[in-house]
Design a protein around this ligand. Structure first.
Ligand code: NAP
Length: 512
């Protein structure tokens, strides 16, 4: 296998779809989909395909192209454990470097030939008699596969707010995840709605370019300092020579992040207090004006919303050409935004940094399981999956980064890898038993949901006094976050328990 430095950046993906029934179809070529493809290929499976709706691979790290886009988890931890990269240029790499890493992984592990870009999944229908999935793509083709793996990610469908008059805005308007780089911002009056993880990354980038920037905040985020720095070449050399060093760094980082969960779970109050203190001190150090500080001070517990890291957001909003607005938005007009106090601010370009529809996975696709059961019907009351991976009524269907497997404290790649291992174990079990289908028992899934509910109660995500994208706006439940440590999740997914599933040889299901 070529090393990371030897890989080229451009690799074309083949076109054309197979007529035969595949063993596995993976939907999505981001971290999860690529990791799954690599592990399948390593196990000797060649009858699989990865379809990706975008025109290149990388998932969120390809799609999000806003200025300043970077990961808020150190790269040595936010990467595959089986492909540690000695060459990360910074502690927290930018989007381009992460995308390059993913492309080089795909190339080096030889999965490019299994990827079809510009190919979206529109519908997936389970055919019980044939014991396979029939997937229809965006351009009307059909792919048949015995196993379907959704690796579409949780944070890619933009959430737009419902503000009166939005549709009347006459200038360019776009969401941060669909950044429109054809719109010049230089010398323009720009408005940004939202102060979450995306906004705090691009506001400092665009503030020096625009003539006037109005940043509209609804709820202040907790922000802690970002310990970012360029990784010196001599360290990188050492990492290349002795890979144990990347392992040691990764392990150290893992525990540094992992330990935070005890504060968020409400088990070690001191950890949460320490985080809060760090954020309050950061705010005090960067914002001298007590009135502005008050507007930037959260009134909910640290960790309830995702904790943000930044050294340049507070300075950016104090620039003379930036207005920081905390009055609620009343209305959007053709060329302005009006707040509740009646103030009208002229706007040339409007940027929505209002997050994602995280509690509505697969919302733009139809996945139909046994007996015509639509997944959105199955998830009417609450999205759920056993271990976040398997759903009763949907044989041979696996989800990566599915319900309740998001993290507020550590690298989500760790969760994804645990799930990839679990799916591999499920496939091994099916092979061993000679089973055509595998489906989680409804009672197993229900028990898991009850356990989640119990574990969520008392955590900062449910009792921290905030409203966040971790929660379902309608039910107030938290179907996104994993209420535990990564270690606990890895333990639960280490091996598949046969008693949790119904394995069948093609005969009608009698899952109880
Ligand atoms: P977000 O954290 O959900 O932030 C959305 C922002 O929009 C919030 O400030 C929200 O205010 C505001 N908002 C929503 N509706 C509004 C309305 N009607 N009026 C005014 N403000 C409104 O979204 P995001 O910043 O895109 O980040 C989402 C997630 O993506 C992150 O939490 C993170 O997991 C991921 N992400 C990660 C990175 C990374 O570095 N790894 C970078 C970007 C994103 P409220 O707080 O009041 O709701």
């Amino acid at each position: 296998m070529p090393t990371l430095e030897q890989t080229t950046t451009e690799t074309p993906y083949p076109t054309g779809l197979p007529a035969d029934v595949l063993d596995v179809l993976i939907v999505g070529a981001g971290f999860s989909g690529l990791g799954m493809a690599i592990k399948l290929l390593e196990s000797g499976t060649k009858s699989f395909l990865v379809i990706e709706k975008a025109d290149d691979i990388g998932g969120t790290w390809y799609v999000n192209q806003y200025p300043g886009c970077a990961c808020d988890i150190p790269s040595h931890l936010y990467s595959f454990s089986f492909d540690r990269n000695p060459n990360w240029s910074r502690m927290y790499s930018g989007r381009d470097e992460i995308q390059r890493y993913l492309k080089s992984c795909a190339q080096r592990f030889g999965v490019n030939q299994y990827i079809r870009v510009n190919t979206s999944m529109q519908t997936a229908v389970w055919d019980d008699a044939a014991a396979h999935w029939r997937v229809t793509t965006g351009d009307g083709a059909t792919i048949r596969a015995r196993v379907l793996i959704s690796a579409v990610g949780a944070l890619h469908v933009p959430m737009f707010p419902e503000i009166p008059g939005m549709e009347k805005f006459a200038g360019p308007a776009f969401h941060s995840t669909w950044w429109d780089s054809s719109v010049p911002l230089e010398g323009k009056r720009v408005a940004v709605i939202g102060t979450g993880a995306s906004a705090i990354q691009f506001v400092p980038e665009i503030a020096p370019k625009v003539s006037k920037l109005s940043v509209f905040q609804r709820t202040p985020p907790w922000i802690v300092p970002k310990t970012d720095f360029a990784i010196p070449e001599r360290w990188q050399k050492r990492f290349r020579r002795l890979p144990i060093f990347t392992w040691l760094l990764r392990t150290g980082l893992f525990w540094m992040y992992e330990i935070r969960v005890w504060g968020f779970l409400g088990k070690v109050e001191a950890l949460r207090n320490r985080g809060e203190k760090m954020a309050v001190e950061h705010l005090a150090a960067q914002v001298p004006d007590p009135k502005l500080r008050a507007r930037l001070t959260p009134n909910y517990r640290f960790g309830c919303k995702r904790v943000l890291i930044s050294n340049d957001f507070y300075p950016a909003i104090q620039r003379p050409n930036v207005e920081f607005v905390t009055d609620a938005i009343r209305e959007i007009r053709e060329h302005s935004i009006v707040t509740q106090d009646g103030a009208e601010r002229p706007v040339d370009v409007l940027i929505y940094a209002t997050g994602f529809r995280a509690t509505e996975p697969l919302h733009d696709t139809r996945v139909v399981g046994r007996n015509g059961l639509d997944i959105h019907q199955a998830w009417k009351e609450r999205i759920s999956a056993y271990l976040g991976v398997t759903v009763s009524g949907f044989p041979n269907f696996f989800i990566l980064l599915g319900p309740n497997t998001g993290l507020g404290h550590n690298s989500v790649v760790l969760m994804s890898e645990a799930q990839i291992g679990y799916v591999m174990d499920c496939l091994r079990l099916m092979r061993k038993r000679g089973s055509k289908t595998m489906e989680v028992k409804p009672a197993t899934q229900q028990r898991f949901v009850e356990e989640l509910r119990k574990r969520l109660a008392g955590t900062v995500w449910e009792s921290g006094g905030c409203r966040s994208w971790y929660q379902d706006a309608k039910t107030g439940e938290s179907p996104v976050i994993w209420p535990g440590s990564v270690v606990r999740y890895k333990r639960k997914t280490r091996a598949v328990a046969e008693r949790d599933y119904v394995l069948s040889n093609g005969a009608p299901f009698t899952a109880k």
